[in-house]
Write a protein of this length. Structure first.
Length: 257
């Protein structure tokens, strides 16, 4: 059953974002990404700091110093991955309100758009391993972690779709390539189930690595996008969406317990 949960969670994360991107107009997608970035900020921070990290530190026989060291190494690792353009968060696109220059999307997509897809595939593969590790600890933790990953994947994949379309891809081809990229999460989840499952003593450290991924994405990528001078109504909307993300994780955790 655990493997089935992992496959279902990773598959939903990869497919749901593509379905949303396929079902909405270009203008609506641009507005949707802005709100989902705020929502996923709250979800990622709440999942990492209120659920996954406490689970890791409460595991019997763990050393707090070693776990904090793992957290530091994890943050630096994802920083270096992003430096190498292998851990992308493509929420930026022309028309998103950040005053990007013309041809910005074409530059982001790179030659043939495959730099976006390669980075996204590696990101999704890592997410799959993270989901597998969480489900191997408990179904509740797996469900909460999957929720955080899925809600972050939606704005990421929508952003990728917008970038690829603006860079010259047809809508159908952009959606198809994004769906294929999303399936790497399933590969990561299945591989994680068989490889990670044999090393239960490493679970707390894998959970800390998962938390470092969530914290890094929220603090290094999502929050800077929102740190702009905005009309007070948009600022309140940002705060409300972040609060909704926090409330969503807290409610889900309470219901599952």
């Amino acid at each position: 059953m655990t493997l089935l949960y992992i496959v279902a969670a990773t598959l939903i994360g990869g497919v749901l974002s593509v379905v949303i991107a396929a079902s909405m107009t270009f203008a609506v997608l641009g507005k949707l990404v802005k709100h989902l970035v705020s929502l996923s900020t709250g979800v990622l921070l709440a999942t990492a700091l209120l659920h996954v990290l406490p689970e890791a530190f409460e595991a019997p026989g763990t050393d707090a110093h070693a776990l904090f060291t793992t957290l530091l190494v994890g943050l630096l690792f994802f920083f270096l991955l992003e430096k190498a353009e292998l851990y992308r968060h493509a929420h930026h696109h022309e028309g998103d309100g950040h005053e990007h220059h013309h041809h910005f999307d074409a530059e982001q997509a790179g030659r043939g758009g495959f730099s976006v897809l390669v980075g996204d595939s590696i990101h999704n593969f890592c997410d799959g391993i993270i989901i597998a590790a969480a489900f191997l600890v408990s179904p509740e933790l797996g469900a909460t972690t999957s929720l955080a990953v899925i809600l972050h994947e939606i704005p990421q994949e929508v952003g990728d779709t917008i970038v690829l379309i603006n860079a010259g891809f047809s809508r159908r081809k952009a959606l198809l390539y994004n769906a294929a990229s999303g399936l790497t999460a399933v590969v990561g989840g299945v591989l994680g189930y068989f490889v990670v499952g044999a090393w239960q003593e490493l679970f707390p450290y894998l959970l800390v690595v998962a938390s470092s991924s969530f914290i890094y994405v929220a603090v290094a990528d999502l929050i800077p996008q929102m740190q702009r001078h905005l009309p007070w109504r948009e600022m309140l909307a940002q705060i409300a969406w972040i609060g909704a993300g926090l409330l969503l994780v807290s409610s889900a955790t309470h219901l599952m317990h």
